[in-house]
Design a protein around this ligand. Structure first.
Ligand code: MV4
Length: 506
């Protein structure tokens, strides 16, 4: 095992990796930008190295500075977390070339899966089902017309260098093809510096289900079951769960074997995730492989009891996997991504200083967070404040537990997505598990417009009654003495108080 690992990340995932290091008896090294000098990940690590100013391009993305920091403090390995440099082939190579251990997949596997057409070729060769489509990028509009005709409309144009939904265009009829192709190429060029675009048949109304895999350096590759990730908005996942209501043991076994075959085809080592579309008829298609630890990994940890981050480190250190071939999920786990986005305001990122935090606790509750009172939430990094994860024996119990935990959660100082998550937990479709990748965006207007939950209304009513009572007391005391309304400090809360009154009167 290593004695010292550098974590090339920040926020909740840096803390998650630090915790895994400490459980393994490994010393942890944080890196930080100017904006993060007092961040929790810096304090919790055994050591911390400053790498640059606040913008990530000058700090968390500075591969050279990060490798130099690892050398200077004598770290033997680098864990990239997710995002930032985690899927940059060049960085993985540079880490290895510097004589350090890369806690992630081989650079060749990152490159192979990074090209979506290459990933499709590998998958097809390994007998993995993919969506009907091409494995070569389109030459021109005529080529696109021919190919689209073969598969039939609607088709989906995708960036070969893409992933995560960028550079994608749905085309429902031939008349739209030329414009959509130009737009997809332009977007792909801007986002990835490569305008190559290919075609797939567009699958309507599927679920997004992904399979977690672990592979060691000794040729053993296993799957750890699925995560249901259909609840997303603009390709940002908001709520994930494990297992999926749409997957039974038989389907889990088949999808697991498929994911293992795809991983093997890429020469995969370490933790990775195969994304699938799961159609209503139970057929599934490999989409792409994410060659990193994922944000939503905790739901898999909760239902399998396997510590994925510890295994990433142990695999990188050369340990053989000593886990069973197949792990059936135990109970149910749900994760809500608590962000500083305001659902009532089009999910606009909110900024400011976190003045107060109350974290949920109690049975079956896990908080993987990166904030504390005093944290400054700016626009330099993504808006994830923390992940609220619950576990219970059954899905209905997990939903009730999540509601309870969301009610306990308080973050003051910035807007959060808490209210949005409460509404999803109370939604009938969600409770039935009747989901697809389109569900959230179709449902959003009614979710946001819906009245607040009963429990919140009661709370507002009590608060309004108490305030009204206090004001009556004040007015009685003030009458004939000063008459100065402005001395009443509750005026500072005027807007909030009015809102509470309105709610109470309904
Ligand atoms: C698709 C698809 C339907 N048909 N491919 C979105 C991101 C990237 N991973 C691939 N994506 C999709 N590919 C075909 N042929 C629908 C999506 C998709 C999606 C996939 C997973 C999770 C959320 C999604 C939201 C919209 C579209």
């Amino acid at each position: 095992m290593f004695t010292k690992v550098l974590i090339a990340n920040r926020g909740e995932i840096a803390l998650r990796v630090i915790r895994a290091c400490h459980e393994l008896g490994v010393s942890s090294v944080a890196i930080y930008s100017d904006a993060d000098a007092h961040a929790p990940h810096v304090r919790e690590a055994d050591e911390a190295v400053h790498v640059g100013p606040a913008p990530s391009s000058e700090s968390y993305l500075r591969g050279d500075a990060i490798i130099e920091a690892a050398r200077r403090v004598g770290a033997e390995a680098i864990h990239p977390g997710y995002g930032f440099l985690s899927e940059r082939e060049w960085f993985a190579r540079a880490v290895i070339d510097a004589g350090l251990v890369w806690i992630g997949p081989p650079p060749s596997a990152i490159a192979a899966m990074g090209s979506k057409t290459e990933a499709r070729r590998l998958a097809i060769a390994a007998g993995v089902p993919v969506v009907p489509g091409t494995t070569e990028s389109l030459r021109d509009v005529d080529d696109a017309r021919k190919v689209a005709k073969t598969f039939g409309y609607p088709v989906l144009l995708k960036a070969a260098a893409g992933g995560g939904g960028k550079g994608m265009r749905i085309v429902r009829a031939e008349a739209e093809l030329e414009g959509a192709l130009a737009a997809a190429q332009r977007e792909a060029k801007n986002a990835f510096g490569d305008d190559a675009v290919y075609v797939e048949k567009y699958i309507e109304g599927p679920r997004h289900v992904e399979i977690q895999v672990l592979a060691d350096q000794h040729g053993r590759t296993i799957s750890l079951g699925e995560r249901e990730c259909s609840i997303q908005r603009r390709h940002q996942k908001m709520i994930e769960e494990a297992p999926s209501v749409a997957v039974n043991s038989e389907l889990r076994r088949r999808m697991g074997e498929t994911a293992v075959a795809a991983a093997r085809a890429a020469g995969y080592v370490n933790a990775g995730t195969c994304e699938f579309l799961l159609a209503r008829d139970g057929s599934f298609y490999f989409l792409e492989m994410n060659t990193r630890l994922q944000v939503e990994h905790p739901v898999t940890e909760c239902v399998t009891g396997v510590d994925l981050v510890q295994w990433q480190i142990r695999i990188a250190a050369g340990e053989p996997l000593d886990l069973p071939e197949r792990v059936e999920p135990n109970g149910w786990s749900i994760e809500c991504r608590i962000t500083s986005e305001d659902p009532a305001n089009g999910f606009l990122p909110s900024t400011g200083r976190v003045s107060f935090v109350h974290l949920p606790a109690g049975p079956g509750v896990r908080w993987d967070g990166g904030i504390e009172p005093g944290s400054m939430i700016g626009l330099h990094y993504d808006s994830l404040l923390g992940k609220l994860i619950v576990w219970a024996r059954t899905r209905p119990q997990a939903i009730e537990r999540m509601r309870r935990a969301l009610h306990e959660l308080r973050v003051v100082g910035v807007e959060t997505s808490r209210e949005f998550h409460l509404r999803v937990m109370e939604d009938e479709d969600y409770r039935r598990g009747d989901l697809s990748i389109q569900w959230l965006e179709q449902r959003l207007p009614t979710l946001i417009g819906a009245p607040p939950p009963e429990s919140e209304v009661k709370l507002a009513a009590v608060a309004a009654a108490l305030l009204a009572d206090r004001d009556r007391g004040r007015r009685a005391a003030d009458s004939g003495v000063t008459g100065h309304e402005s001395r009443d400090p509750s005026h500072e809360n005027g807007r909030w108080r009015d809102a509470a009154r309105r709610d109470a009167l309904r």
